[in-house]
Design a protein around this ligand. Structure first.
Ligand SMILES: Nc1nc2c(ncn2[C@@H]2O[C@H](COP(=O)(O)OP(=O)(O)OP(=O)(O)O)[C@@H](O)[C@H]2O)c(=O)[nH]1
Length: 512
């Protein structure tokens, strides 16, 4: 983690408001408590006025309980007061009876680090609600007994009214709790997330709410008519191959069924389900109780969430279907929006980012490089004599070359880099946190891999080379992305001039 990038703590309160506090670099410490003096004010009676301190250390985010009355727990272990403990992602933090989920994620587009704490409704609210309802129940029971409870029939009638009232209160409380969780989930999912972030977040949230041990999300990739796993939770890496339908893999079979049938499937106990005997679920790595949830767009299943609990029978049940249906609808809408956005910023032919998106990201990266004085480099890559390929083998083969070259770029970039098609046979790679020496070395790796690339056309092997211009952000560029692009372009021109199939780094000086 780089100390200069922005780090945020964000959380959603019971009124469904999203709050955000910048931690680093402006603030190294924040406090959570019930008083106005705390940086994060949480209104819950089991939270002390100054309850907890969060601070950044080299190892990451650390928590310290400030000698609170009701205590702080991380994953059910109580923290000793005034001692630091490193918080790992995906853990549950309890301040008194207020539960918060801690989640760490990096925003791929802005490269900023977010700390996300999500908390479901406070326990206190539910206690207050149920005690009010129960008070009413007791008073009603007393009144009925006093006025009508003089014979056995009436006593039985009063008891059955009370039973019904009790069931009603319980189910209303459950609905209320689910509604609040759904609101929070929808709020979180509607933040602009990348596809894999969105699916991981949805998977984590629904797993926590339903007490699922493991899960994964499969998405239908319409381009290649295949299913791809985009999020895994406590599952070993799965090799998903939808053509291999003969496999007796339990989870695969159920997910395929969900894709076909477009409905939520709940199996309370796989060992008791006779229809599944031949699959032998537990041995084949499936769970004891399982649920699969379709994500739907215009009546077509575009993805499936699989959840299971390996030990516990009936962890999932039919009463959860209304909750799951609404959850699936929220997630499907967020997924649809994310896919639309992804399509808009992706070049059809190469599946790299579009020029417009690259321009936007470059402008943000330049601002960040300037503000935090971090290195930033840029490559412009141009295939050599590409016109000859088109002229000799035709435009379709030219397109295949562009696709294969794009795949080479994709194989080499890191998660935080951004590769785009700049137009025609010209490409661009933005390299955050990389100086000119690093950018040159990276460019050379791509250049060499491109020279080894072979495109087979009939009995001919087509080979191409690439020329690359590299440039790095300098203070004199200020916030002007065009100046940096011009430097990289000048370097590319020199690479072409010097005979192609080479990388040139821009070495010119900028004068104020
Ligand atoms: N197949 C295909 N060709 C394209 C595409 N976009 C641009 N081109 C072609 O790419 C070629 C670029 O040619 P030039 O700009 O002369 O460059 P070059 O032949 O690569 O020569 P140098 O860059 O100087 O090494 C042109 O023939 C364009 O028609 C595309 O999407 N598909």
């Amino acid at each position: 983690m780089t100390p200069n990038t922005n780090h945020y703590l964000s959380w959603i309160d019971v009124d469904n408001e999203l709050h955000c506090e910048v931690l680093l670099p402006s603030k190294k410490k924040i406090t959570i408590g019930r008083s106005e003096q705390a940086d994060v004010e949480v209104l819950n009676t089991s939270v002390s006025r100054q309850h907890l301190e969060l601070s950044w250390h080299d190892e990451g985010l650390q928590v310290k309980d400030l000698n609170s009355s009701y205590g702080t727990w991380i994953d059910s272990v109580k923290l000793p007061a005034n001692e630091y403990k490193t918080l790992v992602a995906d853990s549950e933090m309890k301040l008194g009876n207020l539960s918060m989920w801690y989640e760490l994620r990096r925003d791929n587009e802005s490269q900023e680090m977010f700390q996300t704490c999500f908390h479901p409704p406070t326990v206190n609210d539910e206690i207050e609600l149920s005690s009010e309802f129960n008070d009413f129940r007791v008073k009603l029971l007393f009144l009925l007994q006093e006025n009508f409870g003089d014979n056995t029939l009436n006593v039985q009638l009063i008891r059955s009214i009370d039973d019904e009232l009790y069931q009603l209160i319980n189910s209303q409380e459950l609905r209320l709790k689910e509604q609040r969780i759904l609101n929070s989930i929808s709020h979180i999912l509607n933040r602009s997330l990348t596809l894999s972030e969105l699916l991981k977040t949805a998977l984590n949230l629904v797993s926590k709410v339903l007490n699922a041990e493991r899960g994964f999300v499969v998405i239908k990739d319409t381009n290649v008519d295949q299913h791809r796993i985009l999020a895994l939770r406590h599952f070993d890496q799965l090799n998903w191959n939808c053509n291999n339908k003969t496999t007796h893999d339990f989870s695969h079979a159920l997910v395929e069924k969900c894709f076909d049938q477009n409905k939520i499937l709940i199996i309370g106990d796989t060992e008791l389900n006779e229809a599944l005997d031949d699959i032998n679920p537990v041995k084949q790595g499936g769970g004891r109780s399982v649920v699969v949830i379709p994500l739907v767009q215009e009546n077509l299943v575009i993805g499936v969430i699989y959840l299971d609990n390996q030990q516990k029978s009936h962890n999932f049940n039919q009463q959860q279907i209304p909750f799951l249906t609404t959850f699936a609808a929220h997630t499907s809408i967020a997924l649809h929006n994310t896919l639309l956005y992804k399509r808009a910023i992706t070049d059809d032919l190469t599946q790299l980012f579009t020029r417009q998106h690259v321009d936007e990201v470059l402008a943000q990266e330049i601002i960040r490089a300037q503000r935090y004085q971090q290195p930033l480099s840029l490559l412009i890559l141009d295939l050599d004599h590409f016109k000859r390929i088109n002229d000799s083998y035709g435009h379709t083969t030219g397109d295949q070359v562009l696709q294969k070259f794009s795949a080479v770029i994709k194989q080499h970039v890191r998660e935080c880099d951004l590769a785009g098609r700049f137009g025609g046979e010209e490409f661009i790679v933005i390299l955050p946190d990389t100086d000119l020496v690093g950018a040159h070395a990276f460019a050379e790796r791509i250049r060499k891999a491109t020279a080894k690339m072979v495109i087979v056309k009939g009995n001919q092997n087509i080979k191409v080379t690439v020329s690359i211009g590299a440039a790095s952000y300098q203070a004199q560029h200020e916030e002007n992305a065009l100046l940096l692009l011009e430097d990289a372009d000048k370097a590319l021109y020199q690479a072409k001039e010097q005979g192609r199939n080479r990388t040139v780094s821009y070495s010119g000086q900028h004068l104020n």
